[in-house]
Design a protein around this ligand. Structure first.
Ligand code: CDP
Length: 233
């Protein structure tokens, strides 16, 4: 699950020297491109990366496979407490359905509490870490060195997700994906427990008009500016 990165390939991706304790928090709504950005930043800085969505996806899928109702908080919290991080590499967790299940179990405060210590320990690794999710800058790592809130219009995100699924050989209608994304945003932002929100000190990065390389360059500029600013203090 800990994907310690390999040194990057091209000059733009040349690995930078990891700073002691560089913690980068990346949040944003569904399909905004957080995962790709987080992975590339982790590679660039030689830091471990945790896709925290996988934790909620694993809980959601475990509930479904046991025939449990994702709305049952007590059972979901027990499943979350018993989660084995070694299972997070399961490719089935990356599927679209797992994302929907994740968002249903993620509303429960008991589930979030059960997953918190693991995420904080990960973020506390000696060299630092990159974590992406919905509440990293607000709840998991409020003291992160750099926070980036990644957004894109719902239409752009739906188009990206539809294309991603098509590339995997799945034909799903754009309209259905758009409706699910809008529904998931509303559930994630509207829940009482650690809702999806931009931390006041997060840098907003709108990737609507950016391809993956330009989004990465923009994120890198944000991190470098924050590192320079903290050195100047
Ligand atoms: O990749 P995508 O943005 O579709 O989803 P994800 O990051 O894997 O997250 C799936 C769901 O897990 C989200 O819709 C949230 O409901 C939940 N989640 C969360 O509540 N808190 C996190 N830190 C990460 C994910």
């Amino acid at each position: 699950m800990t994907r310690r990165s390999e040194p990057g390939g091209g000059p733009a991706d040349a690995p930078a020297r990891p700073l002691p304790g560089l913690v980068i928090a990346i949040d944003g709504p569904a399909a905004a491109g957080k995962g790709t950005l987080a992975k590339r930043l982790a590679e660039h800085y030689g830091l471990p990366h945790l896709d925290t969505g996988l934790l909620y996806r694993a809980v959601g899928r475990a509930m479904a496979s046991r025939g449990l109702d994702p709305g049952d908080e007590a059972s979901a919290a027990k499943v979350a407490a018993a989660l084995d991080p070694k299972t997070l590499g399961d490719p089935a967790l990356r599927g679209h359905e797992a994302g929907e299940l994740a968002s249903r179990v993620a509303v429960h405060a008991g589930v979030r509490a059960a997953l918190l210590a693991f995420q904080r320990e990960f973020a506390g690794r000696p060299g630092g870490a990159v974590l992406d999710g919905r509440d990293i800058g607000t709840a998991v790592c409020p003291g992160a060195d750099v926070k980036i809130y990644v957004t894109a219009s719902a239409e752009v995100r739906a188009r990206r997700r539809t294309d991603e699924l098509a590339a995997k050989g799945r034909t799903v209608s754009y309209d259905r994906i758009l409706a699910e994304i809008v529904g998931r945003d509303a559930r994630d932002a509207g829940r009482a427990a650690a809702p999806l929100a931009k931390a006041p000190d997060a840098h907003e990065l709108d990737t609507s008009g950016l391809d993956a390389d330009r989004a990465f360059d923009a994120a890198l500029a944000i991190v470098e500016a924050a590192r320079t600013a903290s050195r100047d203090v």
